[in-house]
Design a protein around this ligand. Structure first.
Ligand code: NAD
Length: 451
């Protein structure tokens, strides 16, 4: 049994049994059997079942959100969005089964057609920072494409995934089509990598574990999608709407207490407006409300664990603190929003993914230097740039090596647009119109028409 802790109080919420190797194997075997019938469900019926699943999730938004507030310390506003995102992803991919069309390719002497065949059992491995959306981005398109799914939530945050597994059955999905298997990464997650019936692993988590999973999958040429870490840049040019850029910068990095792979944790400000920008940023950071995440006015809750708080604090200890917000004292893993001045790109807080409410700031001279500094990282997940010059916006958008970029905003995630990383931030894309295909293999069939 693993204890599940409320990070706002440090109190034990409940305990959840962790699956062992035999239980995991048995569940994978049941999913393999279920695949044989699930893949044959008529496209319209599969679509209807997924729409029903979406509708049942919609009826339980409040319950799921409340569970996430208590298990993960997410603000109630975020948690409601996250549960709604699961519903929306299911609805979006419910439109896919009848549209999963192949091609007809002109050939001599016959007919050539392609099919997008489901893979089999897909293993989805989820981190603790966004338990609901990241689960849905895996199981939504995987199920729509005709696969069955085994899903392992993170040890710290299993509760909403377990509930989603129950809601799938309530919605009428056949047993073993979608199975949630709480447990340790080294046991359940690792078995997804090594079990031959699991034909794809869809992993979101740290870059180190992702690399090990990719190496493990190579042994069976197993398909793999990786969504890994980030150290995204927020680039503010002197010609930007500085007030707007400053007002939105705190949420772009402190949202979810900075435990966000898309966090814009490196702020690059053009030197001619550097002082002016920091003067605008300071009140916005101080106004960022860190409080009981169940309160509707909360901008940010606690960190996920005491270990995470220790890790985040280690980046601040010897750093040059520009200014900080406030956080509650007492029980729970609270940490105030913190802005650090970087003195060189070698500073540890500038280079490494902190995964906490810490923003590092560095000035730049011109466009060329901004792009060079933004790209001076092994990561490439997300990022933003602020300018009123359209040509520059396009030049810099093309030059920054990152998978999802926003100009004059900080949005990275819409369920109908692609999401994923360049460089060591990941492999493959989730969401959007193409994600479905990454849960299928193309089969080409030639039918001779000659006598
Ligand atoms: P983690 O890599 O420690 O764990 C992620 C998941 O993998 C957990 O479910 C864990 O149990 C499992 N796992 C651990 N070891 C495993 C193994 N050997 N085999 C199989 N599974 C194993 O990451 P975390 O600490 O839970 O999450 C934080 C990290 O996730 C951050 O680095 C963050 O950037 C990244 N992340 C990336 C994205 C993205 O979309 N790119 C999204 C969210 C989080």
């Amino acid at each position: 049994m693993t204890q599940v802790i409320n990070p706002s109080t440090g109190a034990v919420l409940t305990s959840v049994p962790g699956m062992g190797p035999h239980e995991t194997d048995a569940a994978i075997e049941r999913a393999r059997k279920a695949f044989e019938s699930w893949r044959k469900v008529a496209p319209g019926d599969r679509a209807r079942l997924l729409r029903r699943f979406a509708a049942v999730v919609d009826q339980h938004i409040d319950e799921l959100a409340d569970l996430e507030v208590r298990n993960s310390g997410h603000t109630i506003g975020n948690a409601r969005w996250e549960a709604g995102n699961v519903r929306d992803v299911l609805d979006y991919y419910a439109g896919a089964p009848e549209r999963l069309t192949g091609r007809q390719i002109p050939v001599a002497g016959g007919l050539d057609v392609t099919f997008h065949e489901p893979l089999g059992v897909v293993g989805v491995i989820v981190p603790w920072n966004f338990p609901m959306p990241i689960a849905g981005w895996g199981f939504g398109p995987a199920l729509a494409a005709g696969n069955t799914v085994v899903l392992k939530p993170a040890e710290l945050t299993p509760l909403t995934a377990i509930r989603l597994g129950e809601l799938a059955l309530e919605a009428g999905l056949p047993p073993h089509v979608f199975t949630v298997l709480p447990g340790r990464g080294s046991v359940v997650g690792q078995r997804f990598v090594t079990h031959p019936a699991v034909r794809k692993v869809c992993f979101t988590g740290s870059t180190d574990v992702g690399k090990a999973i990719m190496a493990g999958c190579a042994d069976q040429v197993k398909r793999v999608t990786l969504e890994l870490g980030g150290k995204s840049a927020n680039i503010v040019f002197a010609d930007a709407d500085l007030a707007k850029a400053a007002a939105s910068a705190p949420a772009s990095v402190f949202d979810n207490a900075g435990q966000d792979c898309c966090a814009r944790s490196r702020l690059l400000v053009q030197d001619s407006v550097y002082d002016e920008f920091l003067a605008l940023l300071e009140p916005a950071v101080r106004a960022f409300r860190v409080e009981d995440p169940a309160s509707p006015s909360a901008d940010m809750g606690p960190l996920i664990s005491s270990g995470q708080r220790e890790s985040v604090a280690s980046y601040v200890e010897d750093a040059d603190v520009a200014f900080r917000g406030t956080a509650p004292d007492g029980d729970g893993w609270w940490f105030p929003p913190t802005v650090l001045l970087a003195h060189s790109t070698g500073d540890r807080h500038w280079r490494e993914e902190v995964f906490g409410p810490v923003l590092s700031v560095l000035p730049f001279r011109d466009e060329e230097e901004a792009v060079r500094l933004a790209n001076d990282t092994e990561y490439g997940l997300s990022g933003s740039l602020w300018t009123r010059d359209l040509g520059r916006a396009l030049r810099v958008s093309r030059a920054v090596e990152t998978g999802a970029l926003s100009v004059n905003s900080h949005s990275s995630v819409r369920y109908w647009t692609p999401f994923g990383g360049m460089k060591q931030s990941g492999l493959g894309r989730e969401l959007g119109p193409d994600a479905l295909h990454s849960f299928t293999d193309v089969k080409n069939v030639f039918i001779a028409t000659e006598d």
